[in-house]
Design a protein around this ligand. Structure first.
Ligand SMILES: C[S@@+](CC[C@H](N)C(=O)[O-])C[C@H]1O[C@@H](n2cnc3c(N)ncnc32)[C@H](O)[C@@H]1O
Length: 230
């Protein structure tokens, strides 16, 4: 599972470097609310992310620069229950900043891959892993279109926010379950969460997307149950 941003396009190494310097200079490394074990490069009002958008017409929503309820709750869970990943090979699907990957690595996972479709997330994951002294391998790909990867656990933080995506992710996770891969989901009860298929493992109150620590929201950590064939 090796696909780094700079492998895709010989010209992209310079870009990668520029983005790395931009993030390092403009997004300070801050402790994550309620997860003092992890520090992340975090966008704030002064970060000037618009400059990235101006430079690159392909620039999408900078999910990788913010906290999400699903990732926060799943990271907290992995740190509280390291037995869920210790010694295992873990894939973080839709990794964003890499918060869940970093929690898995800190909890003793044998290997951690962080997959996302956003090239900027690859850079953020690399920087955030380094800031936390852990090893995480970024993968730039939409793995939901392929076969189950060779891992023991798939972690999914906040990936059920759009109907079509949620459908594709659920179908992929079903194929993974069929191969004996464990699935852990963290989510603040977004609209397209497949709730009927989930078993709640834990709930925490966390911030969601915002900077505003006052807007706490209960979010769950779940396992995905096998499809019932009744
Ligand atoms: C709401 S953010 C959550 C990020 C992180 N998991 C967290 O909870 O903090 C969703 C992330 O999923 C990524 N994403 C969307 N579709 C994807 C796909 N098909 N495969 C991998 N990543 C995807 C986005 O680029 C974004 O970084």
């Amino acid at each position: 599972m090796q696909s780094r941003i700079s492998d895709r396009d010989p010209d992209s190494a310079d870009d990668h470097d520029w983005i790395r310097r931009f993030i390092a200079a403009n997004l300070p490394v801050l402790p994550v609310p309620n997860i003092p074990e992890i520090r992340l490069h975090k966008a704030g009002p002064q970060s000037g992310l618009r400059r990235l958008a101006k430079r690159d017409p392909q620039f999408g929503s900078p999910y990788w620069a913010h906290y999400w309820g699903g990732g926060l709750v799943l990271a907290r869970y992995l740190l509280d229950r390291p037995e869920s990943v210790v010694g295992r090979r873990v894939l973080d699907l839709g990794a964003g900043s890499g918060i869940v990957s970093i929690a898995a690595a800190k909890s003793g996972a044998a290997e951690v891959w962080a997959a996302d479709v956003d090239p900027y997330a690859m850079v953020a994951i690399e920087l955030n892993a380094a800031a936390n002294n852990v090893s995480v391998q970024p993968i730039l790909a939409d793995l939901t279109k392929g076969e189950p990867p060779d891992v023991d656990v798939i972690c999914v933080g906040d990936l059920f926010y759009e109907a079509a995506l949620a459908k594709r992710v659920t179908a992929f996770l079903d194929r993974c379950l069929g191969q004996g891969i464990a699935v852990l989901i963290g989510d603040p009860w977004r609209a397209h969460l497949p709730t009927a298929r989930l078993r709640l493992l834990a709930e925490y109150a966390v911030t969601d997307f915002g900077e505003d620590i006052g807007s706490m929201r209960r979010s769950g950590v779940f396992t995905l149950e096998h499809k019932s064939h009744r």
